[in-house]
Each structure stands twice: as C-alpha cells, then as structure tokens.
Design a protein around this ligand. Sequence first.
Ligand code: 1HE
Length: 260
Amino acid sequence: MTGFVTYETEGDVALLGLNRPEKRNAISDAFVEEIADQVERARKDAKAAVLYGHGNHFCAGLDLAEHVRKTPIEGVHGSRRWHEVFGRIEFGPIPWFCALHGATVGGGLELASSTHVRVADETTFFALPEGQRGIFVGGGGSVRAARLMGVARMTDMMLTGRAVTAEEGERWNLVQYVVPKGEAKAKALEFAKAAATNAELSNYAVINALPRIDAMARDDGLFVESFISSFTATSPEAEERLNAFLEKRAAKVAAPGGGR
Ligand code: 1HE
C-alpha cells in the first residue's frame, strides 16, 4: 500500500479518495493497482460508493512520466489493465457516484466515465490532451466517454485540445449535475446514501442491464427488458416494497426540488 487511495465508509457507502495531490492525482501503474484493491473492498463492504479526488484537481490522467519508458506491448497490457479495473466499477454489484472538481483530464475523465453518476463542482474542467502528448485514450475513453458525449464532440476535444467547462460538460452529458465550488463530494454522498436504500436487485439491473441493452438491437433490448422486469418485480424484496406503498408505509415520489 502506498496511500494512493484513501478508503473510509459512512453507513452503507464507501468513499474512495484519489490521493496523489502533489502529482494532481496522475495515475501510475501502482496507483491503478490500488484503485483495483479498494474497488474490490467497496464491492464487498458497501451498497454504494463515492469516488473523489484529494487536492485541487480530480485527476490529471495517466502518469506521463511513467508512460514515457514503456514499450508498445507494455502499453497494451497497461491499457487492458485499466479496462479491467474500470470495468469492475462500471459492471459491479454497487452504483458509483463520482465527485469532480478542477482538472478531469485524459484518464481522469475515463475513470469518471466508468462511474454511474457524475457530480461536478463549478471549478471542474474537462480535456483530452492525448493528441498534444502524441498518445491516444487507453482507459476506455473511446467507448465510455464517446458514448456519453458523442463521437463528434470527443473528436473535437482530441483534435483541438479544447477544454470544456462544468456547465458545458453537463450539456454534453459528461456529468449529470453541476454544484457550487466545494460541494460535489457532499452531493455525491447524499445521492449514494439514497441509492443504497434502493432494492439491491434493482440497482444491479440498472447498472448491468442498461448499458448492455443500449448496445443491443431494439427488439433484443425489449425482449431482455421483459425478463429483467419480471425477475425484479417478482422478488421477495419487491413484494415487500410494493405492499409498503399500497399500505401507505412508503414515501411517495416527491416533486422536483422537494427531495426524496
Ligand atoms: C503530472 C501529470 C501527469 C501533473 N503525469 N505528472 N494528462 C495531461 O496531459 C495533463 C497534464 N497536467 C496538466 O496539464 C496540469 O498538471 C494540470 C492542469 C492537471 C494541473 O495544473 P497545475 O498547475 O495545478 O499543476 P502542475 O504544476 O502542472 O503539476 C504539478 C506536478 O504534477 C508537476 O510535477 P513537479 O514534479 O514539477 O511538481 C507535474 O509534472 C505533475 N503532473 N499532471 C505526470 N498527467 C490510459 S490512457 C490515458 C491518457 C491520458 O491520460 S493523456 C492525459 C495526460
């Protein structure tokens, strides 16, 4: 352990903090292994998780100092390892909420894109400077970030080196929320705590089925949906929750702004 990732829990929620602020949380090989270890811990311990960055920035992406010394095949293995580790976040048993601030750049945006809900504070900015550095995305960005913002916007970011503000990021679907400076972590934690009270099977279906159905042909997606729908709705937990609503023991849907 080198302390690249802090780990704590609050109730059912695990909080993972990227912790290499002197290098703007740039991700080295050892750092990605620590992310892997702490992600496994959260998957066992918690019902939801929050990912955030210590210091003034969420993450400056790949550790360029380390990358400079790699051979082509080492680079492939490194990229595939990022895919594995980030895949353990995206397709797991628990939902991940990401709190962003400052630079969310290159591999930092790829990491954030593997989480399910992204909350940016107004200091957040996004960039994909791979073109300027003579490299390409390797942490799943061509799949995840491109699906979020669309290929045209990602192409623009990579060709022009353009930096995107938090507000633009929300319009571009990179983040679902923008909050005032310094408030992203608290907001992400609030959402994670709420999600931790959902039925486990529903959360699992949301995380694991939606991206897969999105990649299916329309009729296949509808067919798969019917099975997931029936499987979740006929679970004992659903029966209890449906009865709780019918017997007026469960909360109603609140109008926007009214909270949960
Ligand atoms: C780094 C890295 C890094 C900072 N690898 N060492 N990512 C980038 O191209 C982004 C490069 N970083 C920056 O543009 C800036 O550092 C920031 C805008 C993120 C922050 O600026 P600032 O002024 O707060 O910090 P700084 O003074 O630039 O950096 C502080 C130290 O962190 C400095 O080292 P020092 O020894 O001189 O103190 C920097 O060299 C170091 N540092 N970022 C290594 N990324 C799987 S494929 C993914 C491909 C990518 O991620 S490409 C994008 C890479």
